[in-house]
Design a protein around this ligand. Structure first.
Ligand code: ADP
Length: 440
């Protein structure tokens, strides 16, 4: 099996969400730290300010040093802080007494000037201590926050895993289907198609592959049909030749001129088939030449030799050609296309009949009409006469020796020149083939 794209996608999506959560957690932790410290500092500053006010009041309200010391000591105990009041000395150091009794863990100091009643200035230092209760609260708060972050991380990782699995499965499922289909088509199962859904690129990719498989299937069917048709077309003349030669060799059939001619006709028919097939093969290649083709001249020169053939059958050929009508393309191929039509017109017209060739311009198009007063084509045959090897019953019964390739070649050439070919016919009255080509 091939490495699963969905697994890779899931892995990367989970990895990305894991990293995001980790970074978010770290940043939250840092931000909380800062916020917490700021909060502690602000509240401590406020408390210190209040204490300073109280200390001032103590000093203002009493002259007795012992009373002051006791009161300060009580204040220190009540606020869990060390309070040091000392006279300012040179060098900024303080002398004086600690008047506190607070727990040992000191975190910060605040100093401010205090004007003593005797007019001297003293420095007050308040050393707050962190109460165990406080520390416990902080630790608890942190634990709660960390727990929340961890929970959020687990939840988001789980969600990322589930969502990305669904997403990548949905994304790679059509791709898997496509791979399976392409494999089967590659192995020769040309009827395989993939399911086409949604509106994304996979839909268009699926459509393109389905189209490709459909084309391959059509071409394969055409190939099989061509092989069958060829076998069918070659079988009859070959069987006839074989039967006649065996018959003559065994002495069952007389080697008369007539019988030899019959064998010769069949071999000519085989040759005609091969030539037709070569013409068909030429159509598969892109049009080699792009020259200016004067259709009046083309029709005049191709009809000249056919006039003898027509005269032999007592068929008259009438030409009505507008001059100077030029199309762009391959002159030789256009000669082949029109010769097939004129030959058919002569071939399928009874003695005494008439074939007319008309060339004229209609707006941007050149119209060539080849009409005959021949055997015509039944309505049920009309849709098929341009198909390879198709021959109508009317023409078969006349033993015309056709191969059913000529019209396929003609239609292919006209189409290759950007034109169209249509036919109007009435059985036993005649047919008109109309070719329309772009004017140069
Ligand atoms: P073929 O070699 O048999 O003439 P074509 O491909 O040229 O092959 O023509 C296919 C069939 O169309 C012919 O066999 C014939 O049945 C019919 N057809 C073509 N042209 C005419 C026509 N002018 N009049 C009557 N039938 C025609």
């Amino acid at each position: 099996m091939f490495p699963k794209l969905s697994w890779k996608l899931t892995f990367f999506m989970v990895l990305v969400s894991g990293l995001t959560i980790t970074f978010a957690g770290l940043l939250t932790d840092r931000a909380l730290d800062r916020q917490f410290a700021d909060f502690l500092e602000t509240s401590q500053l406020e408390r210190n300010q209040q204490m300073l006010e109280t200390i001032k009041e103590i000093y203002d309200g009493s002259q007795d040093r012992i009373t002051i010391e006791r009161q300060l000591e009580l204040l220190g105990q009540a606020t869990a802080a060390q309070i040091i009041v000392g006279e300012r000395r040179m060098g900024g150091h303080m002398g004086g007494h600690m008047m506190n009794r607070g727990p040992a863990m000191m975190r910060r100091q605040t100093t401010d000037n205090l004007i003593l009643p005797d007019g001297s200035t003293a420095l007050v230092e308040i050393i707050p201590s962190q109460s165990p209760e406080h520390a416990l609260q902080e630790a608890e708060f942190r634990r709660a926050v960390n727990q929340s972050i961890l929970l959020a991380a687990l939840f988001s990782l789980g969600a990322a895993l589930v969502l990305s699995s669904f997403f990548s499965w949905g994304l790679t499922k059509p791709l898997d289907n496509l791979v399976t289909m392409v494999r089967k088509v590659g192995a020769g199962d040309l009827a395989q198609r993939t399911e086409v859904r949604g509106q994304d690129e996979f839909k268009f990719l699926g459509q393109e592959f389905n189209q490709m498989a459909a084309n391959l299937e059509r071409m394969e069917q055409m190939r099989i049909k061509l092989t069958n048709d060829l076998a069918h077309e070659f079988r009859t003349p070959l069987a006839t030749v074989q039967a006649y030669l065996e018959g003559m060799s065994d002495g069952v059939i007389d080697p008369t001129q007539e019988n030899f001619n019959l064998v010769l006709e069949e071999t000519q028919r085989l040759e005609g088939l091969l030539e037709g097939l070569q013409e068909l093969a030429k159509l598969e290649q892109p049009m080699p030449k792009k020259e200016r083709v004067d259709l009046g001249n083309t029709l005049t020169s191709l009809v000249s030799p056919l006039k003898i053939l027509a005269a032999e059958k007592d068929i008259s050929i009438g030409l009505a050609l507008q001059e100077g009508l030029v199309t762009i393309g391959d002159g030789d191929m256009l000669v082949t296309a029109f010769r097939n039509l004129v030959e058919n017109a002569i071939k399928y017209t009874l003695p005494g009949g008439r074939v007319s060739i008309n060339l004229r311009a209609e707006q941007d198009e050149i119209v060539v009409e080849i009409s005959d007063t021949g055997i015509g084509i039944e309505a049920q045959d009309l849709p098929f006469i341009f198909e390879r090897f198709y021959r109508t019953d009317l023409s078969r019964s006349r033993q015309t020796g056709g191969t059913g390739i000529g019209l396929t070649v003609t239609a292919g050439i006209i189409k290759g020149h950007g034109g169209t070919i249509t036919v109007v016919s009435e059985p036993h009255k005649g047919s008109t083939f109309s070719v329309r080509l772009p004017k140069a």
